[in-house]
Each structure stands twice: as structure tokens, then as C-alpha cells.
Design a protein around this ligand. Structure first.
Ligand code: FNR
Length: 363
């Protein structure tokens, strides 16, 4: 028996979303549960998991079920990471600091988003000795990019994740219908608002105004810099490489060609991900891209995976197709929506226990 008490959230992956919907406000539920367009990419992500199936083996030892993995020189007891998910104050009061603290308890690395409601420094303060990961939404202005990297490094973050699929916010009908863009209300802007380079730029552009006294204007300025619609290009990765001396992982790779370009660019890892179907509708299921990419470049950089993982079996499928570790997204947000950091923790512990069971069944 894994839980010695009733968990705060259902252990049924298909009920988790419904359970969260019952207690969350409509717009915050819609923000996490929604996706791009008619949510066809989201559906493709799940369908891909259904279509890849497992062939179990028998009469082999089941007692040694070590799932530990070494990522960029640090060993962790399981192959899970907590995906970067911003704006958590709209889901629960525990915010990013709460989730980072439970990550420490269950020894899963937490990937801190640029779009957080807690600052880099606040999250560093509650983080343990585990490896710290920082996800960059790559600003348009180089001085702001560099300032964020310097802060993250100073706060003890080791691995940098650069998200490539979000130069602008996508067409997400569930949010559009409610006129809800959290960033424009100053939500999820804590990292930006606390940044000296952004503050200086805002002061200059607004004729001397301070960020704190002008949240609405500052939100628009921050959103314009980070989600400007102007994509960076491969050659511009030099700016990041010149200003980050740890591992760099590109998030949002879906094509073999881009995976090879990541190798050419000297990257340390990639996350095969389509942002959980939140950016481009009508795209291929993320899992369907994994095997080909892993086969071609898996020996040249670290392959991670996300988009659609809901169960222990899903984790095993992604690992079998070539991922070294996987990122868990929406499920723990639903848990947090239901019961704050305790809910998030129970969801993640549930996936870990489920994973162990699946490993046992596989022999
Ligand atoms: C995200 N994701 C995301 N990714 C990122 O690089 N930075 C971010 O700030 C966010 N924010 C965010 C908010 C919400 C509400 C969701 C649901 C997702 C994408 C996330 O890291 C991951 O790629 C997906 O969540 C994976 O898909 P599933 O498994 O959640 O469907």
C-alpha cells in the first residue's frame, strides 16, 4: 500500500482533471486545461501514448527496480522532472515556492519557469541541495536575457532550459473567450518585475516610471519583450552560450532536423516537447517524434521528453523510446488546483508509485 491515508487527490488519471475543475475558478482551470486551437495537438499527444504498446516479459527478477538516472553529472533517484509551469498563483496560493519545496521532499528536480509568480531568488531559498533547473523564456532584449542568466546562476541554478516554441502566446480559445491573459494583469511576471535590467529599460521607456507603481504598463512591456513574436535564430544561441557556463537544454524540439541542429549548435540536451499542445494546433503527437530523434542523436546529447505524460506506463513508454527522463506537466497542476502543494505532491508521488508498479509488472 503506497498511501497510508487517503490521498488529497484521485489516483485515477482520467478523473484528475474533473476533480480540479470542480474547485478551480473557470478561468484558471481553462488556463491549464486549454490548448491551442481545437486542441488537436493535445489529443494527438494522448493518442500517441495509446498507440505505442508494451510487450511484457516474464520470469525475470523484479526485486531490483532502480530507476535512478544521472542528468548532467547529478544522480537523481527517479527519471522525473517537474515541468516549468508559470503563473502558479492563479492555481493555488502556495505558488512556485510551494511546489519547489515539495520537489525537494520527493527528490524530483523542479524546473523554474521565467513566467513565475515567485522570483528566482525566492525559489532558490526554499530549494534543497538537488540540481536546480531554470527555464528561460528568451527575452528580445539581450541585456535582460543576460541579467536573468546571471541571477539564475548566482541563485545556484545549474541547468538552463531554453524554450523555443513560445515567441508569442498562441490562439487559445478557452482563454480568449474569457479575455484572460494572466501576464497582462501582472500575473506570472515576478521574475521579470524583479529584474534590474528590465526595471532600467522600463524606467527609460516610460519616462522615469517605476515597475511597482505601474503594474499594468509594466506587464505590457514585459510581455512585449518576452513574447514579442520575433523568434530568435540558431546563430543567436551564441548569446546564451557566452553567458551560461552550465548545461543548456533546448525545449520544444519536434523534428529530427532541429535535433541535429541542436547537436551542431553544441547543445547539451533537448526536450522533445510540443508544450502540451498549447502552442501549435494540428501538430504531430510528441511521443511519435521521440524514437527517430533519440536514435539519431541520443548518443550526442541528453534527450528528455514531455507532452502527454499522465501515468507510470507513459513514463516507461517514453523511456523505452529513448528519453533519459521525462517532465510532468498538467497532472500536478491539477493536484495543486485541488489541494495546493500537498495536492501536487500527492499527484507526483502517485506517478512515482505507479511507475514502480509498472516496472514490477514488466519484470
Ligand atoms: C506550461 N508549459 C510551460 N513551458 C515552459 O517552458 N514555460 C512555462 O512557463 C510554461 N508554462 C505552462 C503553463 C501551463 C498552465 C501549462 C499546462 C504548461 C509547458 C510545460 O512545461 C510542458 O511542456 C507541458 O505541460 C507538457 O504537456 P502536458 O504533459 O502537461 O500535457
Amino acid at each position: 500500500m503506497f498511501f497510508n491515508q487517503f490521498p488529497t487527490v484521485t489516483t485515477d488519471p482520467n478523473k484528475l482533471e474533473e476533480q480540479a475543475r470542480e474547485v478551480m475558478s473557470v478561468r484558471s482551470f481553462n488556463y491549464v486545461g486549454g490548448g491551442a486551437g481545437e486542441r488537436a495537438t493535445m489529443a494527438a499527444n494522448r493518442l500517441a501514448f495509446r498507440q505505442w504498446k508494451i510487450v511484457p516479459r516474464m520470469l525475470r527478477p523484479t526485486t531490483h527496480r532502480d530507476m535512478s538516472v544521472e542528468l548532467f553529472g547529478t544522480k537523481q533517484p527517479n527519471p522525473l522532472l517537474i515541468a516549468p509551469i508559470g503563473v502558479q498563483s492563479i492555481f493555488h496560493d502556495d505558488k512556485e515556492t510551494g511546489v519547489a519545496s515539495i520537489a525537494k521532499d520527493i527528490e524530483i528536480s523542479y524546473v523554474l519557469s521565467t513566467a513565475s509568480s515567485s522570483t528566482i531568488e525566492e525559489v532558490a531559498e526554499v530549494s534543497g541541495n538537488g540540481q536546480r533547473w531554470f527555464q528561460l523564456y528568451w527575452p528580445h532584449t539581450d541585456s535582460i536575457t543576460i541579467s536573468l542568466l546571471v541571477r539564475a546562476k548566482k541563485a545556484g541554478f545549474e541547468v538552463l532550459v531554453v524554450t523555443l516554441d513560445t515567441w508569442a502566446l498562441a490562439w487559445r480559445p478557452w482563454d480568449l473567450d474569457r479575455g484572460y491573459v494572466p501576464f497582462l494583469k501582472g500575473l506570472g511576471c515576478a521574475v521579470g518585475f524583479s529584474d534590474p535590467a528590465f526595471q532600467a529599460q522600463f524606467r527609460q521607456q516610460s519616462g522615469g516610471k517605476s515597475v511597482d507603481d505601474n503594474i499594468v504598463e509594466a506587464s505590457a512591456a514585459w510581455t512585449a519583450d518576452v513574447f514579442s513574436g520575433a523568434a530568435h535564430t540558431w546563430d543567436q544561441l551564441e548569446v546564451i552560450k557566452d553567458n551560461w557556463d552550465g548545461p543548456i537544454v533546448l525545449k520544444g524540439i519536434q523534428s529530427l532536423e532541429d535535433a541535429k541542429l541542436a547537436v551542431d549548435a553544441g547543445m547539451d540536451g533537448i526536450i522533445v516537447s510540443n508544450h502540451g499542445g498549447r502552442q501549435l494546433d494540428g501538430a504531430v503527437g510528441s511521443l511519435d517524434q521521440l524514437a527517430e530523434i533519440a536514435e539519431a542523436v541520443g548518443d550526442k546529447l541528453t534527450i528528455l521528453f514531455d507532452s502527454g505524460i499522465r501515468t507510470g506506463v507513459d513514463v516507461i513508454k517514453a523511456l523505452s523510446l529513448g528519453a533519459k527522463a521525462v517532465l510532468i506537466g498538467r497532472p500536478w497542476v491539477y493536484g495543486a488546483g485541488k489541494a495546493g502543494k500537498k495536492g501536487a505532491k500527492d499527484v507526483l508521488k502517485g506517478i512515482l508509485a505507479d511507475l514502480d508498479q509498472v516496472r514490477l509488472q514488466l519484470n
